[in-house]
Design a protein around this ligand. Structure first.
Ligand code: HEM
Length: 512
């Protein structure tokens, strides 16, 4: 805005001094304009005193092109070695402060929970969510009401309860059966794992599961994975930095909007199905419960209990509930194939506690410390959400001795916690011992923070933990996994978007 006012003043000034303009050639005018814009850019981006340090930004673009778009979390971790645990970057016009290391991330998310609970404005998400914010990107009373409503509703439909265990157990059975049809041939397990995990959130939200061969469902899962990846790449960053230019340009950022658009259409079709036979006295799922809440008409429209809010809430749950747990299971298979002795030890524990004839249950977890430790270590090394959700300073505050003004975007870096050298004995090694005490009992670790912490902590943590344990145990109860001869397996190098996912890989699932 300031730029616009100044440019207008500049241009009209030039009109007023028409005589002068006659003598100034085009080249000089351009040089003057550039100097003027540089000055505006400098004035707009001046940092307050005691602001966190960071690399020198370029005019207009800031540090946008500094970031290694393939492995941003590694680049950002290296910057912490140079500038310290709290440093800043300018991404286009947005100042972002990066917080590193367990102690400071915990201080930001838990110690100063009220200061950093909000999310900043993002043009990309504003367009995806048509200005609504859904759950993930809303703030204030709307966010609080929706978060409470979602948590209560998902609990009522079994999140964290044994009733949901049965549904997961049945899905485990479908997944096992599908893997059996591969008849010992090498196959890429990613689509199967994603379908199985997604079916759990689909049952909670839409009240139904989809066949793995359902073309529409498969298409939605592909669109979702692609959109989540693109959001975290340079396409998403460029759109956030220069929305008014990028929206007119061709490029992969456009796929983000069209992919989410198709998924919203898919959700709307389900909404129509729900509206046709909605019975408030007999809610079948999250959608039914939301419809009842919406029809009460008690909430003011600012709270978003309307159809747009319903579709966007479902989008958030479908996206967050599908991609993350499925990616974790993919990393788990890679870890088991890379470390066959770990696989054998887990299977021995499963055989002695669960056996081969019954389905595993959450009650078994307490008697399976090694398996539990392996799942935790997979989550730590897999580093599924390597940056985190973006937070924002709600008021002027200080962190790590630096001043952070109200409205600054703040990224509490999860990579820096999960690999914190002061917290983990062997941070870069796959070591289930991180979660075992001297007697082999499971031990919790404070720096185990893949779900983040504080007020915005992952809303699906309980559900994800249940899914991971039950799917992981059911798979190893039935199969032994190995990969193709000569295939390189890495737990640290994957594709990074919003999530950190393994490169394509193939497995053999041998019946035990
Ligand atoms: C292994 C699996 C999962 C991991 C690692 C994970 C991780 C995360 C992380 C890091 C955040 C951002 C927290 C922050 O900004 O501080 C988050 C937020 C969220 N997650 Fe998960 N998540 C997982 C599974 C799930 C599942 C199954 C659901 C489905 C219910 C879910 C729903 C959400 C929602 C709705 C939010 C936004 C919360 C808010 O803004 O209030 N997540 N998750």
């Amino acid at each position: 805005m300031f730029t616009l006012v100044c440019v207008t003043a500049f241009v009209s000034n030039m009109h007023l001094s028409g005589l002068l303009v006659e003598y100034v050639d085009l080249k000089t005018s351009l040089v003057l304009l550039v100097v003027f814009l540089l000055l505006v850019d400098y004035l707009q981006n001046r940092k307050p005193s005691n602001y966190p340090p960071g690399p020198m930004p370029l005019p207009f673009f800031g540090n946008l092109f500094n970031i290694d778009s393939k492995q941003p979390h590694i680049y950002l971790t290296k910057l912490a070695d140079v500038y310290g645990s709290v440093f800043s970057l300018r991404l286009g016009r947005t100042q972002t402060v990066f917080v590193n290391g367990y102690k400071l991330v915990k201080e930001a998310l838990v110690g100063q929970a009220d200061n950093f609970a909000d999310r900043p404005f993002s043009p990309l998400n504003d367009r995806i969510y048509s200005g609504d914010g859904g759950l993930f990107f809303s703030n204030g009373s709307k966010w609080r009401k929706h978060r409470r409503f979602i948590l209560t509703t998902l609990k009522n439909f079994g999140m964290g309860k044994s009733s949901l265990e049965d549904a997961i157990g049945q899905e485990c059975y479908c997944l096992q059966r599908e893997m059996e049809t591969q008849k010992g041939q090498a196959f890429d397990p990613r689509a199967l794992l994603t379908s199985a995990v997604s079916n759990i959130i689909c049952q909670l939200v839409f009240g139904r599961r989809y066949d793995y061969a359902d073309d529409t469902f498969q298409k939605m899962l592909v669109l979702l994975t692609e959109a989540i990846h693109l959001e975290g790449t340079v396409w998403g960053e460029m759109y956030d930095a220069f929305p008014s230019i990028m929206k007119h340009l061709p490029g992969r950022h456009n796929d983000i909007f069209s992919n989410y658009g198709h998924i919203c259409d898919f959700i709307k079709e389900d909404l129509d199905r729900h509206k046709q036979n909605h019975d408030p006295s007999d809610p079948r799922d999250y959608m039914d419960t939301y419809l009842t809440e919406m029809n009460k008409g008690s909430g003011d429209s600012a709270d978003g209990f309307d159809e747009v809010g319903l579709v966007l809430n479902c989008l958030d749950l479908f996206a967050a509930g599908t991609e993350t747990s499925s990616t974790t299971l993919q990393w788990a298979l890679i870890a088991l194939m890379k470390y066959p002795h770990v696989q054998e030890k887990v299977q021995a524990e499963i055989d002695s506690v669960v056996g081969q004839s019954r389905q595993p249950s959450m009650a078994d977890r307490a008697s399976m410390p090694y398996t539990d430790a392996v799942i935790h270590e997979v989550q730590r090394m897999g580093n599924i959400v390597p940056l985190n959700g973006l937070h924002m300073a709600e008021r002027d505050t200080t962190l790590g001795g630096y001043f952070i003004p109200k409205g600054t975007a703040v990224m509490p870096m999860l990579t820096s916690v999960l690999f914190d050298e002061t917290e983990w004995e062997t941070p870069h090694e796959f070591n289930p011992g991180h979660f075992l005490d001297a007697e082999g009992k499971f031990r919790r670790r404070d720096a185990f923070m893949p779900f983040s912490a504080g007020k915005r902590v992952c809303l699906g943590e309980q559900l994800a933990r249940m899914e991971l344990f039950l799917f992981f145990v059911a798979l190893l109860q039935k199969f032994s996994f190995s990969t193709e001869e000569g295939a390189e397996l890495s737990l640290e190098e994957g594709c990074v978007g919003i999530t950190h996912t393994p490169h394509p890989f193939k497995i053999y699932a041998h019946l035990r």
